[in-house]
Design a protein around this ligand. Sequence first.
Ligand code: CDP
Ligand code: MG
Length: 186
Amino acid sequence: MSSKIPLELTLAILKPHVVKNPIVLQKIYEMITENGLKVVRSQRKIITLPEADLFYQEHRQKFFYNRLVTFMSSGPSDILILAGENAVLKWREIMGPTKVFQAQYSAPDTIRGKFGLSDTRNATHGSDSTESAEREMQILFKDFDSKKWRETDRSLRDLGQKMKLDAESFKNNIDESSVDREQNVK
Ligand code: CDP
Ligand code: MG
């Protein structure tokens, strides 16, 4: 079970139009788990306009900025911290290209290829680097300490994560009681 490659964290968002569709939501959670990514934290909430503004600050000058932040704060999103080997790149591969038309054409089996509706409503977000992941986690999971999480990385990996499926929200959550036990192992 143990491997030398450190686990990487990435920030994923299942965007509002996905959360409104339980079947699509379930399929995406299956794609996450089938690809070996673990859900370290998850929350369902409406991203506020100020949060969306901060989150997407690199796009402030783009023509699509207003429609993007308006859409992102239009309803609840599922916001996840995912862990895995090369999680940043892996999640972006599972998502597919940003533009849905391109995704449908060149990567039809990806999340965006299957479930994207438009360039803005392209189903999911994924960090583009480990640095972005860190910044994005600080915006949307203010109490998450990635350094502390990494210190427990080995024990999490060795003992295996106990995932439990929340049937109502289709979320695969870590059984927090097992994590607490593992964090206590010195
Ligand atoms: O999400 P990703 O990193 O693949 O793409 P991005 O270039 O960082 O753009 C951020 C988000 O802006 C996209 O995921 C789309 O939701 C949105 N976008 C848009 O509405 N119209 C475009 N022409 C390009 C991006
Ligand atoms: Mg991006």
